[in-house]
Design a protein around this ligand. Sequence first.
Ligand code: NAD
Length: 440
Amino acid sequence: MRIAVIGTGYVGLVSAACFAELGHTVIGVDIDEEKVKKLQTGKPTIYEPGLEEILNRGLQSGRLSFTTNIAEALPNTSVVFSAVATPPNEDYTADLRAVFTVAETIAKNADKDTVFVNKSTVPVGTGKDCEEKIAAILKDRGIDIHIPVISNPEFLREGTAVKDTMNPDRVVVGINGDEWAKEMMDELYQPVLRTGRPLVHMSRESAELVKYASNSFLATKISFINMLSHFCEVTGANVRDVARGMGLDDRIGPRFLHAGIGYGGSCFPKDVKALIAMSRHFDVPLPLVDATLEINQQQRLRFFQKLLNSLPEGSTVGVWGLSFKPKTDDLREAPSLDLIPMLQRCKHTVRVHDPIAMDNAKKLLGDDVIFTNSPMEAATEADAVILLTEWDVFRGVDMNELKAVMRGNALFDGRNVYEIEEVEEAGLSYHGIGIPHSKE
Ligand code: NAD
């Protein structure tokens, strides 16, 4: 099948490369000329395991190409995916300008029946709004073609995006009528369905909500254990033991029950906020979602404040990890972007290391930050070290070596990954989340 993918960011690029890998002919479209030029030469614009290989295989096979010109992509295409960003506005609503621009561009340029598939995360009712905008333009053009709008939310996770796309837990297709478009979607996903993965049909409104509901539920699980972590600190319980005891219950499960400095990234924060905005819009309270956001914001600040309170004037702090989670170079809503300016405002020296995200971070953090080549170099002469992202390279550090390079001895474990005994045996003082201090 011939398809176009509009927007070649994290979702669009991975989707385009995976669809080509599955045998479809795909043209990726982006307004960012630099990005398109890079992709045309086989260089991925994001870090994602396995992406470079399938990108190049797609280009070499001739099944994958990139352009900045949507009009060039449409004539040979029967299905157009939109994977543009929907970032949060100040008032938590989703910024839908890019989605509407894509819908309008398709309506202005299509000359035959075309299925418009929205992969972006959008509030309930956005598909209907797109359809109305498209219909108005087609009417103005006086052209009798049909462009149904389908919701096909994306569930890939950065860091495992290729794997998730090739082996999704489920494919959700939201469609109101249009048997022809439904058949197109079934055919498109046939290679994935053949591996036994389920495709679930539902109304467009339900599909739009599934994505927000899933992300908000996972974020709620994280905020629940983070809320308990504070309670553990006060009561002397250990949140790791509590989480393990809970997670072994099949009905609960161990995932997303890891206390830490809270969730970040491009999806959980924005999707929780957008669901809150929707609840305001429809005037239906969703108090659990409100609490999820509030706990997440407090959790991060509470831990950072603990670090700041412990630092004498003019300290040096080693920051381990800049991306919002391991195996990605994405810094959107990363804790590092909150903490580092706080440290700088207090005139502390900041030494950082991240295995992948330093180039992106350099564009955002300014010249005062010292970028280093290894965890130990970031920790050198530091009064305190704080782990923000649990990359493997930080998990495996030798605590004795760490103690030897530091000036002070405080290790702040924002991801609760270190063993307190091992840290303390090396002469370091351990500050975790929801974990009682053994020697205080
Ligand atoms: P992104 O910012 O990485 O990519 C968006 C791309 O769209 C950019 O390359 C941008 O240049 C391009 N673009 C913007 N306007 C355009 C236009 N008019 N025509 C062509 N290209 C245009 O965003 P992303 O992280 O890939 O997210 C895309 C959507 O998918 C969002 O709604 C997001 O919530 C959702 N989503 C993201 C993830 C994730 O992990 N990043 C996972 C699931 C769902």
